[in-house]
Write a protein of this length. Structure first.
Length: 285
C-alpha cells in the first residue's frame, strides 16, 4: 500500500487529552485524513457524539459538533440530517454509547437508512468511568464490576446492525490509520447508513485487548465481495478472527430521499418565519 500524503491542518482544533497510546488518536487521524481527501467543508459538516472518552473527538475536529447525552447521538444526528439534508453528518462514539444505552437508536437508524456515517471506537470496556465491563467485553472478562469475570456473551454490534438492515458495514483497526482512512472515506461517501466499527485499544483499563491482541486476532479482507450478504453474515459471526475492511455494502434509497422536503426558511426573515409557523398550524391543528 502506497501512503498518500494528506494535509489535515484545516481540521485541527485542539490537542487531544486522551491517555498516551489510546487508540482514539488513530481514529482521529484517520477521520482528519478522510475529511481532507473528501474535501469536507467544516461549515457544512456536523460531528455528533455521545458521552465517553471517544465522544470527546469532536472537541479535536474542526467542524460543527454537538455532545449529546449518553446513547442519544444517533437520534440527534438523524434529526440534524432531516432538518438539513445538505449537511454531512457523522456520528462518533464508543461501544458503550452505541451498543448499550444507544442500541435501540442504532437498530432503527440502520433500518431507516439515513445518509449518516457512524464511527464506533470499540475498546471493549468503559474507559471514561474507570474500567467497567462493556457490552462488547469478552465473556469471562474481569473488571471492577465483574470481579469474577463477565457471565454475559458480548454484543456483536455490526452483526446486529446488518440484521436490522444497515447498507454499509465495515471494521477497522486504530493501529492501522492508513487503512482505516480508506474505510472511513468509503463510509462517508456511501449513500445511506454506514456503520464503521473500529477496534481502538484502551491502554489504561483494558490489558487484554491490546494492540498485539488485535493484530493476532484480525486479518485484512482480500478478494471479498461486499455485496455478498451471506458471506457478510459469516464474517461477522466469526468469534475467533475478525475481518478488517468493507464487509457489506448495498445501494438503497435513503431516508431523506423518501421524505417530502420543504424549502428552508431564512431565520433572518420575519415574514418567512411567520408563514412557516402558519403552515405548521394548518397542517397539524
Amino acid at each position: 500500500m502506497v501512503e498518500i500524503k494528506v494535509d489535515t491542518k484545516i481540521y485541527d482544533k485542539e490537542n487531544p487529552t486522551w491517555c498516551p497510546g489510546c487508540g482514539d488518536y488513530g481514529v482521529l487521524l484517520a477521520l482528519k485524513r478522510a475529511a481532507a481527501i473528501l474535501k469536507l467543508d467544516p461549515f457544512k459538516t456536523v460531528l455528533v457524539t455521545g458521552i465517553g472518552c471517544s465522544s470527546k473527538i469532536n472537541s479535536y475536529f474542526y467542524s460543527y459538533g454537538i455532545h449529546t447525552i449518553h446513547g442519544r447521538a444517533a437520534s440527534v444526528a438523524q434529526g440534524i440530517k432531516l432538518a438539513n439534508p445538505d449537511l454531512e453528518v457523522i456520528v462518533a462514539g464508543g461501544d458503550g454509547d452505541a451498543f448499550a444505552i444507544g442500541t435501540e437508536h442504532l437498530v432503527h437508524m440502520a433500518r431507516r437508512n439515513p445518509d449518516i456515517a457512524y464511527i464506533v471506537m470499540d475498546n471493549q470496556i468503559y474507559g471514561l468511568t474507570k474500567g467497567q465491563v462493556s457490552p462488547t467485553s469478552e465473556e469471562g472478562f474481569v473488571s471492577i464490576t465483574t470481579p469474577y469475570g463477565s457471565f454475559e456473551k458480548p454484543v456483536n454490534g455490526p452483526l446486529l446492525a446488518l440484521a436490522a438492515g444497515a447498507t454499509f458495514i465495515a471494521r477497522g483497526f486504530a493501529g492501522d490509520p492508513i487503512s482505516l482512512t480508506d474505510i472511513i472515506v468509503e463510509g462517508i461517501k456511501h449513500r445511506g447508513f454506514a456503520l464503521i466499527d473500529v477496534f481502538s485499544p484502551c491502554v489504561t483499563w483494558n490489558k487484554i485487548n491490546t494492540y498485539d491482541w488485535y493484530k493476532q486476532h484480525t486479518y485484512r479482507l482480500e478478494n471479498h465481495d461486499p455485496g455478498d450478504l451471506k458471506k457478510a453474515y459469516e464474517i461477522l459471526s466469526d468469534e475467533e478472527r475478525f475481518g478488517l475492511g468493507i464487509i457489506y455494502r448495498k445501494e438503497k434509497h435513503t431516508l431523506e430521499e423518501k421524505l417530502p422536503r420543504k424549502k428552508a426558511v431564512n431565520p433572518f426573515d420575519p415574514l418567512q418565519i411567520q408563514k412557516s409557523i402558519t403552515e405548521l398550524y394548518e397542517e397539524f391543528l
